[in-house]
Design a protein around this ligand. Structure first.
Ligand SMILES: *Cc1c(COP(=O)(O)O)cnc(C)c1O
Length: 386
């Protein structure tokens, strides 16, 4: 019988009249491809809300990370510090650039890269050789770190920033799902050399698919733009590097611009959804809520629970029970070091990551989720856990 209730998906786009109007403008003006006014508008608006001077839009968040790495000459022989608890795309972007991830653990209070782990690892496992910071065991150059803004919560960028300047590392922020948040009252852009967003369908705002690099360094941003647009130097099919065809189209940006008009509303809804789940479950023994450090805002990209008590059913069983109610729930990221392509990766111990990942249950959190549907989810979760 519950199967007949309307489906409640996990996280779906919220597309409306504004998006339709902008898409119609693309059709009316014939600007559907990689040139067009929406691309420029989207870049300028996302850069401005990040507190950055420039943005370069591309086809995916993974491409944005890849181009940020390439623009800083990170490639073969380089190690890039990355939390193991992230979406595999962060590690893949490092691999695409030819570099190698150095995986580390997260802070349990934020699920973001733990500065103490990073500092200890750098102290213990690196040395300066001929003016270059090297990982002792592998001999590789330690070039950069990519803090991930897990669930839309910025990492501890003050601490990571001072470690990065002490060791001369580039910081590229994977802010895939963190658009619109501040870090200690300031926009996030200037907290890293470059900050990368995703506009995939399940993110807070979407372009259908898309990504962007924002930053302040004009030389770096120029390189990102050049590399991501086939490294063209003249209209006469002349190119000076092996570039990439990663440019966002005007159709994608048309959706993105309309979504930006609604960003503050979406963030308010995401936070309301998170607060309601927290309120419903925080009293329950053995059930934890998603971390929310006091000093940081979160975009509350996803919401859900942590099934801390071993007496509770496993996450996959709860998902199966919810499916019987036509409700979509899912586990969250499997750590990078547990994935086949990265099983041999250089890494530090990851006890926090390993302890938490299998206990995370993500629950429906689309911006179109009605309060009544959220109550249906809460009742079904309560039943599944009892
Ligand atoms: C979504 C996401 C990405 C990848 O973005 P795509 O647009 O899907 O390529 C990278 N990192 C994190 C943390 C993400 O959540």
């Amino acid at each position: 019988m519950s199967r007949n209730l309307p489906a409640i998906p996990l996280a779906i786009p919220n597309i409306g009249a504004g998006e339709a109007k902008n898409l119609q403008a693309c059709v009316d003006t014939n600007f559907v491809s990689s040139v067009g006014p929406f691309v420029t508008e989207f870049e300028e608006r996302v850069a401005a809300l990040s507190g950055s001077s420039a943005g370069v839009a591309m086809g995916a968040g993974t491409q944005a990370l890849h181009m940020a790495l390439r623009a800083t000459d990170i490639g073969p022989g380089d190690l890039v510090i990355l939390p193991s608890f992230t979406f595999i795309a962060s590690a893949n972007a490092i691999s695409h650039s030819g570099a190698t991830p150095w995986l580390m653990d997260i802070d349990p209070a934020s699920w973001t890269l733990d500065p103490e782990t990073v500092r200890t690892a750098l102290k213990t496992h690196t040395e300066m050789r001929g003016g270059t910071l090297r990982h002792k065991a592998s001999g590789m150059r330690v070039a950069a770190m990519i803090p991930v803004y897990t669930l839309g919560t910025p990492a501890d960028m003050d601490a990571l920033g001072s470690i990065a300047s002490e060791y001369g590392l580039v910081i590229i922020a994977d802010a895939a799902a963190a658009i619109g948040v501040d870090y200690r009252g300031q926009p996030i852009g200037p907290k890293a050399h470059m900050t990368c967003y995703s506009f995939n369908g399940n993110k807070t705002i979407t372009c259908g698919g898309g990504g962007m690099v924002v930053g302040d360094d004009p030389m770096l941003m120029k390189r990102v733009r050049h590399l991501s647009t086939t490294a063209r130097v003249s209209p006469n099919y002349e190119h000076d590097m092996v570039g990439y065809n990663y440019r966002m189209t005007n159709v994608q940006a048309a959706i993105g611009c309309a979504q930006l008009d609604r960003l503050n509303d979406f963030l308010a809804v995401k936070r309301r959804i998170r607060a309601r789940y927290n309120d419903a479950f925080s009293g329950q023994t053995g059930v934890g809520v998603f971390p929310q450090p006091e000093d940081r805002e979160s975009a509350c990209w996803f919401s859900g629970l942590v099934l801390e008590d071993d007496a509770l059913p496993p996450v996959n069983d709860v998902c199966a029970r919810l499916k019987e109610h036509n409700i979509e729930a899912r586990p969250f990221w499997m750590p990078v070091h547990m994935q086949a392509p990265y099983a041999q990766a250089i890494r530090e111990a990851c006890p926090v990551t390993e302890g938490v990942w299998q206990r995370i249950l993500t629950l429906p959190c689309s911006t179109s989720l009605s309060p009544a549907d959220q109550e249906r989810v809460i009742a079904a979760v309560e039943a599944a856990l009892s």
